[in-house]
Design a protein around this ligand. Structure first.
Ligand code: HEM
Length: 433
């Protein structure tokens, strides 16, 4: 018999709400969901909040009765700031954008671009080899790569990674502040935050404008649509790769396995990479799966009820929130052991969501991440550095903190050529790689 939902008392509810404001909010909420396998129900001044990862709640809220919910905590606040793009819109506006984005992100379409992703990954590794790890900002390097892959996939020039990264940093901080404060402290009462948010929005408007020509017929090709696509499409994969770097630095034997497999890519030019090559990169793929198990970048899938509904026996009213935690739906083993996924048998996972609003970018994320991990481990050696502990900076997504350079050292592998590959394909304009 499935465990019942645990109804938290006032004191416990206050403790959980305070936990949402803490820096370690992900670990705090995941632990809560694991300790209460049937889910936990809180009363808040703004309505009820069901924190859960039960298969029945996931199926009910995200899949079968998705039409009774809209996006909730975090995403709703992001919508106030970045407007109605695919990530944040609802109703017909969302449906049209979703329809028009799907062909670009279908597995077959993505496979056609793999050679160019590989070239971008090689160029990123060459940057580290040439300039040295300490001279490169890893967050920008990863953003350059994932924005480059996004540009290739959609056929638009990649925006300037440094600007995009900086702007979304501000947007995510503001969305988090609004989620936690429930909008009680408006932006106009915070002049410094207001100046920062307006500057970030101006910057995003400028960057997205360069990507619009050629896509006029696509419903997502508006400044708001493009902003949503940039955020959804770069940050998640970049954060996943950043987490993978921290784990790999602690596990040189896994790096060796990935590096050994990476030789399958050595002789390939941009037009030669096929899905079969990707399928051969088993350690790289298992490392991606294991990183997502431990640190799913989208750590919270939130929904707000629009009508009265019953979930796992709990009666919800319009406005009540359901917070689904992907990490709590998977094994709680804290050890990094990619080999558990070598057989390809992945336990069912929520890393990419479920139902009509599940991630449309899974095939792109998989291809770009696997190629990047193989290329990086084939050419670079990652080692732990310093004594600082890696923690999660959790906003709309979770990324590792502090700066990767404080916790990881990266050096070229001996015997690898530091030169750029001879046959780089044309990379999107303005991409500094
Ligand atoms: C490791 C990488 C990624 C992970 C773990 C991930 C995860 C997710 C999850 C869990 C959702 C559902 C959120 C919800 O239901 O509230 C989502 C939505 C979305 N993702 Fe991803 N994602 C990744 C990469 C990408 C990429 C590369 C793209 C490329 C464009 C992308 C585009 C989107 C979009 C547009 C949505 C909103 C879909 C909608 O609301 O209809 N994602 N992602």
């Amino acid at each position: 018999m499935p465990a019942a939902v645990h109804r938290l008392g006032l004191l416990e509810s206050v403790r959980v709400l305070r936990g949402l404001t803490r820096a370690d909010r992900v670990d705090h909420l995941v632990a809560l969901a694991r300790d209460r396998p049937g889910g936990a129900l809180l009363r808040t001044p703004f309505g009820r909040m069901l924190i859960t990862a039960t298969p029945s709640a996931v199926k009910h809220v995200l899949v079968r009765h998705a039409d009774r919910y809209v996006k909730g905590l975090g995403q709703a606040q992001a919508r106030e700031i970045i407007g109605e793009g695919l990530l944040t819109a609802e109703g017909e506006h969302w449906r049209r954008q979703r329809r028009d984005v799907t062909p670009y992100l279908a597995a077959r379409a993505v496979h056609a671009h793999q050679g160019r992703f590989l070239a971008l990954a090689r160029a990123g590794a060459a940057t580290v080899e040439e300039r040295g790890w300490d001279a490169v900002d890893p967050a920008v390097l990863l953003a350059e790569y994932t924005l480059g892959c996004l540009g290739v996939t959609f056929g638009f020039p990649a925006p300037a990674a440094e600007h995009i990264h900086e702007a979304f940093d501000t947007i995510q901080d503001e969305a988090l502040f609004r989620s936690v404060s429930q909008g009680l402290v408006p932006l106009r009462a915070r002049p410094r935050a207001r100046a920062r948010v307006h500057a970030a929005l101006r910057l995003l408007a400028r960057e997205t404008s360069g990507s619009l020509p050629g896509h006029r017929d696509d419903a997502w090709a508006t400044p708001e649509g493009m902003t949503s696509l940039f955020l959804a499409g770069y940050e998640t994969t970049a954060s996943t790769l950043a987490w993978a770097i921290t784990y790999l630095a602690q596990h040189p034997a896994v790096q060796e396995q990935i590096a050994a497999e990476a030789s399958v890519l050595d002789a390939l030019g941009p037009d030669d990479v096929t899905p079969r090559h990707l399928a051969a990169l088993r350690w790289s793929s298992a490392t991606l799966d294991e990183t997502l198990r431990l640190r799913p970048p989208v750590w919270l899938v939130s929904r707000r009820a629009t009508v009265a509904d019953t979930v796992d026996g709990v009666a919800l009213s319009p406005g009540d929130e359901v917070l689904i935690l992907p990490a709590a739906a998977q094994s709680a083993d804290p050890d990094f052991r990619p080999e558990r996924f070598l057989s390809g048998a992945r336990e069912s996972s929520l890393d990419f969501g479920a139902g009509p609003r599940a991630c449309p970018g899974g095939a792109l994320a998989q291809a770009e991440a696997v190629l990047w991990l193989s290329t990086a481990c084939g050419r670079l050696a990652l080692r732990p550095r310093g004594r600082r502990t890696v923690t999660a900076l959790a906003r709309m997504s979770q990324a590792p903190a502090p700066d990767l350079r404080d916790v990881v050292d990266v050096v070229p592998r001996s015997g690898t050529s530091p030169s750029r590959p001879a046959a780089l394909p044309t990379v999107p304009e303005r991409n500094p790689l």
